[in-house]
Write a protein that binds this ligand. Structure first.
Ligand SMILES: Nc1nc2c(ncn2[C@@H]2O[C@H](COP(=O)(O)OP(=O)(O)OP(=O)(O)O)[C@@H](O)[C@H]2O)c(=O)[nH]1
Ligand SMILES: [Zn+2]
Length: 411
């Protein structure tokens, strides 16, 4: 059965249920998903995304009743979140009501659930418990319907059919709770997934050497906003700080926006404990200019972890210098850090000038007061955003970033 047929079947079943039964089943499914943290033998009845925190607020579910109308304006991952819970909650029952004789998609004992930790040259390294399997992708694992050019990425939870010789085939990719994607280089209407199931983006700067570059910080925050991923700011090399008031003023707009800011030094050890706590049990993608101290910070927070050398050793892997989109580094306390070279370049592709302000939540509310609907908040008369900067409601540094970033975007 195609995934669309499966979804249709679920939709039909859901429509026939009353609200409270439906709600109960959704709650049960969510509990089941939370319980099912560890990887283990995958049976069809266990087809549950591991640590998928699909719904935080169950009251939101009431609003899902109208999803058919709202789905068109829902971000892709919202729709995906909804379908993930629904498929766990309703699929077995919907299936039972449908054609009894239909055979299950995956129902044998040779499959395992695991997580993709490396993608290279069309092959996937999948972590299953404490071993890694080198896997290929099932030939007909379709990417055409998904809007993505790759079927699986680092961080994806997958179902693997083992071949008994240390390898396997990825049979299915489980629903994602979030992802970091960029427009594909060749098919710009499609997205390429860089990392799946990301919990947070850690934006690392150094206070000096190199000097903190706020435009880049703001670019990363926009990347996080566009991907609906929370961001945490880390300002490193704080041992080089001379004027604490300058630091406080620089970071104030971010604290006001509600971002967690951690100030660190790998020389004095300042902030490392706080950083370690922020990383624990989270999948964190690292972003930051070369030389700001990402490697040093991660080694300080997790002794023994070296970002620049892969943790994976396997004699079948040819060479260490294969280019990968993302490298996965598990943490002893749970969670992982993911290093993604090139995040800066791809971050804002596909963004147009008029959309930019929508990803800067401190500037955006003021735009409603501009005289012109199509105001880009540069030199237009009666611009309320510029007025907000002049009267101190919006930080000048954030507006400077806005102008600089705007000048790099297509109209
Ligand atoms: N003064 C000072 N220097 C630091 C600190 N953290 C790292 N460094 C130095 O900064 C330089 C760059 O550190 P790395 O950890 O390699 O930086 P990175 O961000 O991983 O750089 P790339 O690997 O190029 O992305 C090294 O010489 C470190 O010793 C710090 O807190 N204070
Ligand atoms: Zn304006």
């Amino acid at each position: 059965m195609s995934s669309k047929d499966k979804q249709d079947q679920i939709d039909r079943y859901v429509k026939g249920m009353n609200k409270s039964t439906r709600r109960q089943q959704l709650q049960k499914a969510n509990k089941k998903m939370r319980r099912n943290q560890a990887s283990k033998k995958a049976r069809r009845k266990d087809w549950i995304p591991g640590n998928l925190d699909v719904v935080d607020d169950w009251d939101e579910l009431e609003e899902w009743d109208d999803y058919e109308d709202s789905e068109r304006i829902m971000p892709r991952d919202e729709g995906e979140r909804r379908r993930a819970v629904e498929s766990v909650a309703f699929q077995p029952a919907a299936k039972a009501e449908a054609d009894e004789g239909e055979t299950a998609f995956i129902d044998d004992e040779d499959t395992l659930t695991g997580m993709v930790v490396e993608v290279s040259k069309g092959l996937f390294r999948v972590q299953v418990d404490d071993q890694t399997l080198l896997c290929s992708l099932r030939g007909n694992l379709s990417v055409t319907e998904t809007g993505f050019t790759n079927a699986a990425a680092v961080g994806d939870q997958v179902i693997v059919r083992v071949d008994g010789a240390g390898g396997g085939v990825i049979e299915a990719v489980l629903p994602r709770r979030s992802l970091l994607a960029r427009p594909d280089t060749f098919y710009s209407h499609l997205q390429q997934i860089i990392v799946a199931n990301v919990d947070q983006l850690l934006v690392v700067s150094s206070w000096r050497e190199p000097h903190i570059w706020l435009e880049l910080v703001d670019r990363y925050l926009i990347v996080a906003e566009r991907n609906h991923i929370p961001a945490v700011l880390c300002v490193n090399k704080i041992d080089l700080l001379q004027d604490p008031a300058e630091l406080a003023a620089t970071l104030r707009p971010y604290r006001d926006l509600g971002y967690t800011v951690v100030v660190t030094s790998t020389v004095t050890g300042a902030g490392i404990e706080q950083l370690r706590a922020l990383l624990a049990d989270q999948t964190t993608v690292l972003a930051g200019l070369s030389g700001v101290g990402k490697s040093s910070l991660i080694s300080a927070a997790e002794p023994g972890l070296n970002l620049r050398t892969s943790h994976i050793s396997d004699k079948r892997q040819e060479g260490r210098h294969t280019t990968t989109q993302a490298t996965w580094h598990p943490l002893a306390a749970g969670g992982a850090v993911v290093d993604t070279p090139g995040i800066r370049e791809f971050g804002l592709s596909g963004l147009y000038q008029a959309d930019l302000i929508g990803f800067m939540p401190d500037l955006e509310p003021h735009a409603a007061g501009c005289r012109f609907n199509n105001c880009l908040h540069m030199d237009e008369p009666d611009c309320a955003v510029r007025a907000a900067v002049e009267n101190g409601q919006v930080a000048a540094s954030r507006y400077d970033s806005y102008k600089q970033i705007l000048s790099t975007l297509p109209a």
